[in-house]
Ligand binder design. Sequence first.
Ligand code: PLP
Length: 393
Amino acid sequence: MEEKGVDEKDILEELEKYRKMDLKYEDGKIFGSMCSNVLPITKKIVDMFLETNLGDPGLFKGTKILEEKAVSLLGSLMNGKNVYGHIVSGGTEANLMALRCIKNIWKEKKRKNLTKNENPKIVIPITAHFSFEKGRDMMDFDYIYAPIKDDYTIDIKFVKDTVEDEEIDGIVGIAGTTELGTIDNIEKLSNISKEHNIYLHVDAAFGGLVIPFLEEKYKRKNISYKFDFSLGVDSITIDPHKMGHCPIPCGGILFKNETYRSYLDVNAPYLTETKQATILGTRVGFGGACTYAVLKLLGREGQRKIVSKCMDNTLYLSKKLKENGFETVINPILNIVAIRDENYKETCKNLKDRGIYVSICNCVEALRVVIMPHIKKEHIDNFIEQLCEVKKN
Ligand code: PLP
């Protein structure tokens, strides 16, 4: 660090140079991200709440109320009545909080000699996001990985047999898998969890702001779209910085009610509120404010329109792919398309060389494309053209 400061103008010019190296959503080249452009109102909100800190909520009482209001709105979307939760840094922190809750429930059972498990043990589909891998590593969980069926959703029979054979502390289901956008049958998982009194967490980080807004014409007969608190689910991850048009960091963790809080709180003696449940300490206050504002601004109708546009574009891409001789892994369920390709890694790299950024699947040899709100039909046309060129060579 130098002794004398530099002119603001010079610093901003330097930063601008670096920012220009970044991709921009609106250029229509980002096909593999679950984040997108934010709604313009959120830029004003970030400015308004920039110096707030929800790690010390007693100092920022209004901001804290807005977080509670945001949780309550998300909770009502998930058919919850007295939902407790937080607007956190993203899906990873949200899932980690659910895992911490499961671990601490197990700890309590252990203290009371009510479990033989040496570590907390959960059943989780192989399609789960890698944030769960971080949680396993940090919290010494034992995971039993449930296979997926031909439709790429969790094998319910495997889960049923496992909870009958073993002592299980938690079940995880995914409502909108990262790779394919498939929806596990949460209704059936919830029946199993209720019957055996097992904690059920639903990761709807992506799907939570898509599935409730799907128009009937996009729904398929054999899929169970229900995944909310009305089923008796214990916790749900739902991220406003994915399909909720909010700035990063903005994730959501919801628990069925306030009682779960006792498994999360640690003492925070030197703060204005002496208990803290989130994993991050000092944390942004604008997440709750943005989530609340966007949900109020759009209403269900506004969000439905955005989701329908994404789904329309998804089906457009799917049709164009077929017309050009490509095969999709499944008929898209949400706004995610997986394109079968034996050389998917090479294709991904070749597309990148042409300035098109897709991602890849892990559970199947395929390219993965997410049709977020920033993707327009002309971007899809360009993508198809580039993909055809790449595969021709
Ligand atoms: N859960 C699911 C289903 C996801 O798709 C993702 C990210 O793509 C996450 C969790 C993690 O979210 P984040 O990257 O916001 O931590």
